[in-house]
Design a binder for this molecule. Structure first.
Ligand SMILES: C[S@@+](CC[C@H](N)C(=O)[O-])C[C@H]1O[C@@H](n2cnc3c(N)ncnc32)[C@H](O)[C@@H]1O
Length: 240
């Protein structure tokens, strides 16, 4: 198994663990493909693993990857679970690539900045981060009568009083609010892809009103369902 491992060291920030159990390599690839359309680095590694699996009778090999641990081992990932999010949990400048899928929108703003700094500290100077962020109101997943962006209607005070919960917490950071956050963490956006559709634009138009916090943003930005940010350290952050 060791020789299947990609050479590049990577970390999954909250890996899509449950889904990996079923059809590990295929699911792994599709998840990474969805979240890092602009990042060939990751896809290259996944393709490498797939090619090698194929050469060794892929079906048999893949079926042996029964647990999350097996998949991590085949991909040369170490699973590290920690609630200390404001400090590096691996050596500084040790990671080529950091990827997160639908995680940043669940982190309270006060925790987000120190966590981004910790992730940046672990990133190599030549490394990249791919952050997929879901901007839609996750409560709408459970009730299809609710507008996809329902939470843009409410002020922070009203939202916190009525909807805020530690269970499925959402920070409601809209797409235009992310670049300043990355900038403050001295992360440069090198590529960006937005998932926005006619239906998502229609959902924004269908809202009865927008809270002041969001009303200043163009419809095209508010209608972004998912953002894919490819980031790297800003040159002035490279303290040699
Ligand atoms: C919507 S789930 C995404 C899970 C997985 N990445 C996926 O794609 O299926 C959001 C995850 O963010 C995690 N999370 C919450 N706060 C976090 C933090 N400060 N740092 C890292 N992950 C966090 C939660 O544990 C939760 O599993």
């Amino acid at each position: 198994m060791a020789e299947l491992a990609p050479k590049c060291q990577s970390t999954l920030v909250n890996a899509p663990a449950l889904r990996l159990r079923r059809t590990p390599i295929r699911m792994y690839r599709s998840t990474i493909t969805n979240q890092s359309k602009s990042c060939e680095l990751c896809l290259t590694d996944v393709t490498l693993i797939e090619d090698r699996l194929r050469k060794r009778n892929s079906a048999k090999q893949a079926l042996r990857l029964k647990t999350r641990g097996d998949v991590y081992k085949a991909c040369n990932f170490d699973s590290i679970v920690t609630d200390v999010t404001d400090k590096p949990f691996l050596p500084e400048r040790s990671l080529d690539f950091v990827v997160s899928n639908c995680v940043l929108s669940h982190i309270p703003p006060s925790i987000l900045h120190p966590e981004l700094l910790a992730l940046r500290a672990m990133l190599k100077d030549t490394g990249y981060m791919c952050m997929m962020i879901g901007h839609d109101d996750h409560w709408s997943f459970h009730d299809h009568l609710v507008n996809q962006f329902n939470y843009y209607r409410y002020s922070d005070t009203y939202y916190q009083a009525i909807f805020d919960t530690k269970f499925e917490y959402q920070n409601r950071l809209a797409k235009p609010e992310w670049p300043p956050i990355f900038d403050r963490a001295r992360l440069e956006i090198v590529d960006y892809h937005a998932n926005v559709t006619d239906e998502s634009r229609a959902q924004i138009r269908a809202l009865p009103h927008l809270a002041n916090r969001f009303a200043k943003y163009p419809l095209e930005e508010l209608a972004v369902i998912h953002s894919y940010f490819l980031l790297r350290k800003m040159p002035d952050a490279l303290d040699h």
